[in-house]
Design a binder for this molecule. Sequence first.
Ligand code: ADP
Ligand code: MG
Length: 237
Amino acid sequence: KSVEEDAAIQYLQGQYHNIVPDEVKTFKDLPLSQKTLKGLKENNFLVPTDIQKQAIAFALQGKDILGAAKTGSGKTLAFLVPTLELLFCKKWTRLDGVGALVISPTRELAYQIYETLRKIGHYHDFSAGLIIGGQNLKFERKRMDQMNILICTPGRLLQHMDENPLFDCGSLQILILDEADRCLDMGFETTMNSIIEFLPPKRQTLLFSATQTKSVKDLARLSLSFPTYVAPHEQAE
Ligand code: ADP
Ligand code: MG
């Protein structure tokens, strides 16, 4: 048996359900695959930030997450690390189709997420794509069903959902709403609501936001089910 198969077996037996985030010192203290640990190490990500410790631990337990942490606290890895693990390690069968959707307010942020995913996911075997416009819609559409992880801006994703009734989200496991407060500030509330309604309800959702406004809470109520609230200590007050 390979290390990865062992990890899948341990995970499925529920042995990862007692991680204590406060006792996590390095990424190695989290139940991550060798592939992910190597990708992190080679990019000099050794010590997880507080939001990463907590979000990774709870996301690996299959929980929905409402994550609150200020800009620069490391929210990108807080969702990319568990996404890689859940889609490509902690399961028996190979993922076929779109397993995760990441929604980001701007093209620039989407591109940064994509770059980070490429780096830390280097040792995993998967495909990822950007759905952010600026390209021919047909060209984008042709490729999107074959991508395992899609990183999207809200408007462009909804355009695909509206204009391509065959867009297949049947294998979707994880929805990530990144910088949710910014998405809402930019006027994407109804767009996000439509996207969420389009997606299969049986999924895990991770929502991250720097602030917790009323509209963020409304979005959380619509998209999350029994979420774990994750906020680093310095923000607790
Ligand atoms: P946020 O989305 O919360 O604003 P980012 O995910 O963009 O934060 O991360 C901010 C910066 O911190 C990035 O340059 C990233 O490479 C760096 N970073 C994130 N996590 C770690 C870590 N565990 N160790 C070192 N640097 C990190
Ligand atoms: Mg961010």
